[in-house]
Design a protein around this ligand. Sequence first.
Ligand SMILES: Cc1cc2nc3c(=O)[nH]c(=O)nc-3n(C[C@H](O)[C@H](O)[C@H](O)COP(=O)(O)OP(=O)(O)OC[C@H]3O[C@@H](n4cnc5c(N)ncnc54)[C@H](O)[C@@H]3O)c2cc1C
Length: 409
Amino acid sequence: MSVPRDAAITIVGGGAVGAAAAYFLARDGRRDIQLLEARGVCEATSSQAAGLVGQARPTVDRARLTMAATQVYRDFERETGYSMDYRECGAVRLALSGTSVAELRQIAATAEVTGLPVEFLSDARLREIYPALERTESVKAALWSPTDGYLQPNSLVSAYLGAARDLGVTVATHAAVTGIEVRDGAVASFSTAAGTFRTEQLIIAAGPWSGALARLAGLELPVVPVLHEYFVTEPVPGWHADLPCLRVPEVQLYARGESDRVLCGGFENAGTSIDPRAVTATAALAARPDWEVLGQFAEAMSAFAPAVAGAGVAATFQGWPAFSPDGRFVVGPVSAVRGLVMAAGCNAHGVSGSAGLAMHLLESLTGDPSPYVRSLSPDRFIPRGWSWEDARREAQAVYENYYPMPVPS
Ligand SMILES: Cc1cc2nc3c(=O)[nH]c(=O)nc-3n(C[C@H](O)[C@H](O)[C@H](O)COP(=O)(O)OP(=O)(O)OC[C@H]3O[C@@H](n4cnc5c(N)ncnc54)[C@H](O)[C@@H]3O)c2cc1C
């Protein structure tokens, strides 16, 4: 394992996003890259993720990006020798009302434009594909996306970092960045307990700590940690790892088989966030299960699979994914500080979106990014024309309305 050093490019954060950034930058031919991680790699938010990878999206930009990212996960082992354990089990999205059916139609129309195979299922076909869903009377429409799936976040991060190391990237763990020196408007160096080191480019990929890292460079960015959690049951008959991923946007619910167990989570209507100003670069962000919230997910799920109600909970997973007030990635160079680059604000899709975010990062560094990638720039929050209270409330609302629903017509 390496130690912090002088380097042309320094990436802060060894979760899914930092690891993806390291691999994509090295693959693009950039040299002298190091990644610094305060803990061990993939020990924070990424380690908690359910790993769902969904390509069916309401907008063409997002759908194309997630399709390209999914192709990366599919091909990674063949191209690099490292497996991300992507399991292409497909996904089913259920609509319980006319409004939600309209959303599925919108997604299907987008899929047609992007070439993603999707299909509306009859009730009989839904039961054939998803026999573990015993109660489907409330389902008004079901959209099947056979090339979706899920991956194991730990495998994802190890695979990116294995391939990045093969391309010369060094990785230093237990190396918390505690200071960033900006001289003449540019990043000059950073500090850790091991000393101060020069760097030309510092990429902040520190998940919920990203705002705190930006503050070390004198910037205020609204990256808001919001609590998210799910549970995994004891074994439930009929459930297995190849069942499709399930999403029920109306009740903000998702589930999948985790071996012979049920993994079930959701996005509750009253989220819990942390004031980003209270998060420091070395803060420990503790997360405990909220049994009331997990109970709501179990109840919603048992409307489709009653066996879930009686199954014991074997494990819970929770963490603080970072949300932005407009629900978009915060990615690209910061104009106010030369050499400072953000790769943050994943809005709870930093695992499935890691390859996409890294692609945006590369594009943002070309000097001529597309209007879409430009729109993700951290510059949209600088200078500060927003209040911390509003930013926190809006970011939390993005969480609470995670599954977008069209306005009823
Ligand atoms: C319960 C749960 C379920 C989820 N399910 C999914 C899912 O199904 N699909 C999906 O795509 N996403 C999911 N997410 C969201 C996903 O986990 C995050 O979007 C993603 O992990 C963000 O990755 P990251 O690398 O930005 O952050 P992290 O994984 O938090 O990595 C940031 C790293 O920066 C390090 N760091 C912090 N400060 C410093 C410092 N000062 N110096 C050096 N290093 C530092 C941290 O130690 C940490 O390892 C889920 C999240 C949770 C909590």
